[in-house]
Ligand binder design. Structure first.
Ligand code: AVJ
Length: 318
C-alpha cells in the first residue's frame, strides 16, 4: 500500500545544547535579550495564529488579499513548476493556498517548530496526494543552509508574513543573499510590512485582548523548558514600542518587581523595571526594500501592494 507520509528531515543544527548556551548568554547580557525564535513553541505557534486574527493585526490578512488579487501577475512574473520552499511554514496554510496558482513540482516546508509542521504537512499531503512534500526542521535564524537532499530544479523561495522584519537590515541582506544562492536559478516571493502611522503600528503589537502580551510572556515558559530556568510569567509585563530612527517595533518584557532567575548553577538578578528584549520587527519603505533585494543580488524585482500601502509582496528572480 502506498502511504501518504511526507518525508521529514531534522537538521542537526537544532541541537538543544546550542540553544541553551545562546539563551544563557542572552540572559546574562545587559540589557538581557532572547531571540524571537523562542516565541514559537507549540503554544506560541497557536498564540501567533490567534494574533493573525486580531482586528489590530492586519499584516496577515492584507498579505493574503494582495496574493489573491495579484495572483495572475505573480505567476506571470515568476513562472510555475518550481520547488516551493516555504521558509517558516508554520501551519503551511499560506503556501497551500498558492498551490493552484504556482503549480509547484514539489513542496518543501521549513520551520524551527518541528512538531507543528510535521502535523500540518501530514494533513496537507492527504489533500494533495500527487504533490511530493518534504518537511525540514531547521533553525535558519543565523544561517540559511538547506539540506542537500531536497532535489534539483529551480526553487521558489517563499518567505511570507514579514518574518524578514525580525532581522537587522544587514542580517536581512545576508539572509536574502543566501536564499538566492540556494534557489538554483529560481525566484523569490516575500512579504514585507511597510512603515505606517504609529496609531496603526503600535496596537498591532499591543492589542486590546492581550493576545500579543500572552505571546510575548509565553516565551518565558519556553525558555524555562529549554534552559531549566525558573521564570514566573506573572513577574513580567509586555512592552511594545516603535523606534522611529531604526524603523522597527520592539517587544520587551519588563520586570514588575525585583526578580532572581536561576538555571544550571547560574543566575541573573533583575531590578523592577529591567527589561528583556524579545523581538524587533522592522518596517520598510517600498524603495528601501527594493534596494535591499538588489543589494542581495536579486533582479527583475516586482512589488504588489494594497490600496493603503500597508503591506508589500515582492517578487524577484535569481
Ligand atoms: C511573524 C515576525 C512577522 O513581527 O509582526 C506578531 C511576529 N510579533 N506580533 C511580526 C509578531 C508580535 C510577526 N512576525
Amino acid at each position: 500500500m502506498h502511504e501518504l507520509l511526507p518525508n521529514f528531515i531534522e537538521a542537526p543544527a537544532t541541537a538543544p545544547a546550542r540553544h541553551a548556551t545562546e539563551l544563557a548568554a542572552g540572559l546574562l547580557s545587559r540589557p538581557a535579550r532572547v531571540s524571537p525564535k523562542h516565541l514559537y513553541d507549540p503554544l506560541g505557534c497557536r498564540l501567533f495564529e490567534a494574533i493573525t486574527e486580531l482586528p489590530e493585526y492586519a499584516a496577515t490578512r492584507t498579505e493574503a488579499a494582495i496574493l489573491a488579487a495579484h495572483g495572475d501577475h505573480i505567476v506571470r512574473a515568476l513562472g510555475t513548476g518550481m520547488t516551493l520552499v516555504d521558509l517558516g511554514a508554520g501551519n503551511c496554510a499560506k503556501a497551500a493556498s498558492l498551490f493552484d496558482l504556482l503549480r509547484p513540482a514539489r513542496y518543501v516546508a521549513v520551520d524551527i517548530a518541528a512538531g507543528f509542521i510535521r502535523d500540518a504537512l501530514q494533513a496537507l499531503q492527504l489533500r494533495h496526494p500527487a504533490l511530493p512534500m518534504t518537511g525540514v526542521a531547521l533553525d535558519f535564524s543565523q544561517e540559511l543552509a538547506l539540506p542537500e537532499a531536497l532535489g534539483g530544479g529551480p526553487r521558489l523561495m517563499f518567505y511570507p508574513g514579514s518574518s524578514i522584519g525580525n532581522f537587522e537590515p544587514a542580517h536581512a541582506r545576508r539572509f536574502l543573499r543566501q536564499a538566492r544562492e540556494q534557489c538554483q536559478g529560481g525566484a523569490l516571493l516575500i512579504g514585507v510590512d511597510l512603515v505606517k502611522p504609529l496609531a496603526q503600528l503600535l496596537p498591532a503589537y499591543d492589542d486590546a485582548l492581550g493576545v500579543t502580551a500572552a505571546f510575548n510572556r509565553n516565551l518565558l515558559l519556553n525558555v524555562n523548558r529549554q534552559l531549566g530556568s525558573d521564570f514566573d510569567p506573572a513577574d513580567w509585563a509586555h512592552l511594545a514600542c516603535f523606534d522611529a530612527d531604526a524603523s522597527r517595533i520592539e517587544m520587551h518584557l519588563r520586570a514588575l518587581r525585583a526578580v532572581r532567575v536561576r538555571w544550571d548553577g547560574q543566575q541573573r538578578d533583575f531590578a523592577a523595571g529591567d527589561t528583556i528584549h524579545t523581538e524587533n520587527s522592522y518596517k520598510y519603505r517600498i524603495e528601501q526594500f527594493d534596494a535591499l533585494l538588489h543589494a542581495a543580488g536579486w533582479s527583475d524585482t516586482r512589488c504588489w501592494t494594497d490600496a493603503e500601502q500597508g503591506f508589500a509582496v515582492f517578487g524577484a528572480k535569481a
